[in-house]
Design a protein around this ligand. Sequence first.
Ligand code: F0G
Length: 460
Amino acid sequence: MELPFAEPYKIKMVEAIHTSTREEREAWIKAAHYNLFNLRSDQVYIDLLTDSGTGAMSDRQWAAIMTGDESYAGSSSYFNLKEAIRELFGFEYFLPTHQGRAAENVLFSVLVSAGDLIPGNSHFDTTKGHIEFRKATAVDCTICEAFDTECSHPFKGNVDIDKLRQVLEDAPAGKVPFVILTLTCNSSGGQPVSMQNIREVKAVTDHFKVPLIFDSARFAENAYFIWLREAGYRNKTIPEIVREMYSYADGMTMSSKKDGIVNIGGFIATRRKDWYDQASGFNIMFEGFVTYGGMAGRDMNALAIGLREAMEINYLTSRIGQVHYLGEQLSDAHIPVQKPFGGHAIFVEASKFLPHVPKEEFIAQTLCIELYLEAGIRAVEVGTLLADRDPLTRENRYPKLEFMRLTIPRRVYTRLHMDVIATALKNVFDRRDEIKTGLRIIEEAPIMRHFTVKLDRVQP
Ligand code: F0G
């Protein structure tokens, strides 16, 4: 008999997690104003809020923490990370930042002006936030297959090339500072972009003489999907695939908290010296000197190792396999989820799951609350709350898909935890017809409201 595949690691240190009663959770979530970001972590049993900064570092990373060099300028940890980035992505210039959105802030301070258009594939919310904050517009050019959860397109992160070409053709001269590809595309369900699509985007941006940037938070997972699904890549290694992907980019922003497998950190890397020179000034103002940019030396050391570990094929097989295992269980129970399953999370289509809750009452957030009450599992809404209001009309924006994201941290939970999640969600699914009302907003911030919003239940 063929041996089953198992995690390519064993556990050296454990951290207790907390169970609770439904009565306790009822009280806690009410006090948290039905906003899961307001819960204390010890009020959560299995935390699927995010895969960002929540991964488990390896013994090799912890060992590197001890040899971190905390010199303000020119630390050896900076050079370790610089060398890793040059080797893995082929970029000569790099600036550390404290996390991904900080990399966006610094680079966009150089590149984005009021009235600009930034085409891409479903920009992540902080990316969009940094664009809109500068009175520019993010133009979504994702293929339409991405918005049909039943369609099994292997690369639902892809850009619609005709749409991209049209946007670039129609844009006033000089108004598109760059095109950005998000790898994998978080907002469309952790969906990858194919190498062919990257190449086609590159051909279009070359034609219009516009630079191409990759939002790279989950670059290794994207490379794994290319290896798994795209013809001609099965005999390549993940590092070879990553090198090819980045050969088409002028630069990258990175949230190291995902495929860097560290708890905090980010960076900008580029082959453009002019970008580096201009961004350095903003980095010093916002983040820190160019050789640390808000990161401790020890964290840069751990990141240099994490980036390499994230590209190991056995790790990726186990990581994506675990997400897939959860997806299969939900799908077998007829729970509507984005297919094919994404790299870092299973995205549950809340509007199909809870058909009686009106869209004005935040369907996906309602589902997240129900799952928390059921089992203490904290998922996250990727729907109307996150989509925020239109900056001009101040009306709610209703996204094409209303998702509850079950985000799996790297190397943290076991297969039995996946079983608990699946059973809990099946229990909610069994009583879905009793859930007829959702939530209403009591208080919200003018931008990025989902983090701090206060909600209350709509009474039936
Ligand atoms: N880009 C993508 C695709 C992301 O998913 C994130 C963060 C960022 C940029 C920003 O990076 O958090 O380090 O500032 N995503 C997290 C998530 C928050 O839960 O998906 P950051």
